[in-house]
Design a protein around this ligand. Structure first.
Ligand SMILES: [Zn+2]
Length: 482
C-alpha cells in the first residue's frame, strides 16, 4: 500500500503541472522534489540521485496517465482532441497520437496497459490514470433543474473517494419511467439534480479495498448501490442495505453521464462476461432496473405455473412484467394497456389477452376473462391511484398484488375488500442486485429479450429530447450510447 501512495502523489504533482499549462519538459521531468513527509523519498531513490532529471519510468507513468485517458474514451472526437491539446500543450500531441495507436491495439486484447513495462503496471497506476483522464477532459452528465428542464452539461469529475469505490466509464445508460416523475413535478432548483440510475460501463479504477471488480471489467449496476454484506443484503433485500444509497444523491454521480463513482463496488457491481459493445447490451442494461423490477412485480404477485396474471401498465416495466410472468410459468397473461406498439410487443413477450378499457370497464373485462373470479396475480406497474385500484379489484380472493410502480398516493385504497378477500399486497423497489444473477443466464442464452423495450437510442446530447419523447409517450424507453 505504501507504493500506492507514493505513485499516486508523484502522479498528482505531474497532473497539476500539466493542467496549469507547463510544457512537456516540465511535465515529464521537473516535478517538484519529493518531500519525505509525503513518503516519496524512497521513490526518488529509485529514480536515482537527481529526481529533477527526466527518467524513463516517469515518462512511462505519464504515458500510462495519457493512455488511461485515451482508453477511457475509445471514440475520441475531434473536439476532445482539441481540448486535450489545449490542456496538455501542442508538444504532447505526438505522444497522445502514439498512445491512441497503442490503445487501438490494446482495446482488442482488453488490457489497456499491456504495452507498458511491468514495473509501472500496478493497479494504482491504472487507478490514477482514470483520475488524470477525469481531470483533463471535462466530464458531462445530465442535470435536472426543474419540471421539464433537463440539461446535459459539464459537471465535477467523477473520482474515487472511498477505498470501497469503483470509477466506471459509462457505455450505456437509460431513462427510467421513474425519472418522469421529477420531470413532471420537480420544483425549480438552482443547483439541479444529477439524473440516472441504470447503466453499464467499464471499470476504470478501483479503491484499495475493492476485490471483486478490476479495471477493464464490463459491469452492470443495480439502480441502487449496496454493500452486499449487511443483514438485509444477506437476505437478498439490497434496496434496504444499511450502508447503501441512490445514484445522483449525496455526492454520488448520476448514471446519465460519462462516468460514475460507484460506492460499495464489491456489493454493487456485477461483472458481465461480454465485451463492451456486445449485441446483448440492451437486454443486459434492463437488468439494472426494468427487467429486475418486472420480475419483482411477478414475484411479489406470486406468479407461478398455471396461474392467470393481469399486468396493469404497458410501459417498459409492465412489458418486463409480462416477460417475467411467462418465465415463471404463468398460463395466461392479460395485459391492460392501450398503445398499439406496446400491446404488440406485450403479445410477442407472451401476453395472451389484451384489455384496452379503463377503470370499471377494465375490471369487468378481466372478470369476464377469468370466469368472474379475477386474476391470481395482479402486477401494478404504474403507481397512480387509478391503476392501483384496478390492480386491487381485478385480483381474485386469495390472490396477490405485486406493486412496483412508485405510489403517487400516500395510502393504499380498497382496504376492506382486499382484507375480506385475503388479498396479499406486496412489492416495493426491486432488489435488482439479487435478481441480476438469477436473470443473467436467461439474457445471455437468449431465452428472454427485455432489451426490445428500448425503441429509441441516442447519444448523451439527446437525453433532454429522450425525456420529452418518453413523457409524450412517443418512446417506450430510451437507451443512451456513450
Ligand atoms: Zn447491505
Amino acid at each position: 500500500m505504501q507504493g500506492y501512495e507514493r505513485v499516486r502523489l508523484q502522479l498528482s504533482e505531474c497532473n497539476v503541472l500539466g493542467v496549469v499549462g507547463l510544457g512537456p519538459p516540465q511535465l515529464l521531468g521537473e516535478v517538484p522534489g519529493p518531500t519525505p513527509e509525503h513518503g516519496v523519498a524512497e521513490e526518488a531513490d529509485r529514480h536515482g540521485p537527481d529526481a529533477g532529471e527526466p527518467v524513463e519510468s516517469d515518462i512511462w507513468r505519464d504515458l500510462a496517465a495519457v493512455h488511461g485517458l485515451v482508453h477511457g474514451r475509445q471514440r475520441l472526437r475531434t473536439q476532445e482532441r482539441r481540448r486535450k491539446k489545449l490542456v496538455l500543450g501542442p508538444d504532447l500531441d505526438p505522444l497522445i497520437r502514439q498512445v491512441e495507436n497503442d490503445a487501438a491495439v490494446d482495446d482488442e486484447s482488453g488490457h489497456p496497459l499491456s504495452t507498458l513495462p511491468k514495473e509501472v503496471r500496478p493497479l494504482d497506476v491504472v487507478g490514477h490514470s482514470a483520475q488524470s483522464h477525469a481531470s483533463l477532459v471535462p466530464m458531462r452528465a445530465t442535470v435536472m433543474y426543474g419540471a421539464g428542464d433537463v440539461r446535459v452539461e459539464t459537471v465535477p469529475d467523477a473520482r474515487l473517494v472511498e477505498p470501497t469505490d469503483a470509477l466506471v466509464t459509462v457505455t450505456r445508460s437509460a431513462i427510467c419511467g421513474s425519472d418522469l416523475w421529477p420531470y413532471k413535478q420537480m420544483e425549480r432548483s438552482e443547483t439541479g439534480r444529477r439524473m440516472g440510475h441504470e447503466f453499464i460501463g467499464v471499470v476504470e479504477a478501483v479503491g484499495d479495498e475493492v476485490r471483486t471488480v478490476k479495471p477493464g471489467d464490463v459491469v452492470v449496476t443495480p439502480f441502487v448501490w449496496s454493500d452486499g454484506t449487511c443483514v438485509f443484503c444477506r437476505e437478498g433485500l439490497h434496496t434496504s442495505c444499511l450502508h447503501g444509497g441512490r445514484y445522483g444523491f449525496d455526492g454520488v454521480d448520476g448514471g446519465q453521464g460519462e462516468a460514475v463513482r460507484v460506492p460499495q463496488a464489491d456489493g454493487t457491481l456485477v461483472v458481465l462476461p461480454v465485451e463492451r459493445d456486445d449485441a446483448l447490451m440492451p437486454s443486459l442494461l434492463t437488468l439494472s432496473d426494468v427487467m429486475a423490477t418486472g420480475h419483482h412485480a411477478a414475484r411479489s404477485a406470486e406468479v407461478g405455473p398455471g396461474k392467470t396474471v393481469a399486468v396493469v401498465g404497458d410501459g417498459a416495466v409492465g412489458l418486463c412484467g409480462v416477460i417475467a410472468s411467462r418465465r415463471l410459468g404463468a398460463e395466461r397473461i392479460i395485459v391492460l394497456g392501450r398503445h398499439p406498439d406496446r400491446i404488440a410487443l406485450a403479445k410477442q413477450f407472451g401476453a395472451t389477452d389484451v384489455v384496452s378499457e379503463r377503470g370499471d370497464e377494465a375490471v369487468e373485462r378481466v372478470r369476464e376473462l377469468t370466469d368472474g373470479f379475477g386474476a391470481h396475480s395482479a402486477l401494478e406497474c404504474v403507481g397512480l391511484e387509478q391503476s392501483t385500484v384496478t390492480a386491487l379489484t381485478i385480483v381474485r380472493p386469495g390472490g396477490a398484488v405485486g406493486r412496483v410502480g412508485v405510489p403517487q398516493e400516500e395510502s393504499i385504497p380498497d382496504a376492506q375488500p382486499t382484507f375480506f378477500d385475503n388479498v396479499t399486497i406486496a412489492g416495493g423497489p426491486a432488489p435488482a442486485r439479487a435478481y441480476i444473477e438469477e436473470l443473467l443466464p436467461d439474457v445471455l442464452e437468449g431465452r428472454i429479450e427485455p432489451g426490445r423495450v428500448f425503441d429509441r437510442v441516442g447519444p448523451l446530447d439527446e437525453v433532454p429530447d429522450g425525456y420529452r419523447a418518453m413523457d409524450d409517450r412517443e418512446a417506450i424507453k430510451v437507451m443512451i450510447e456513450l
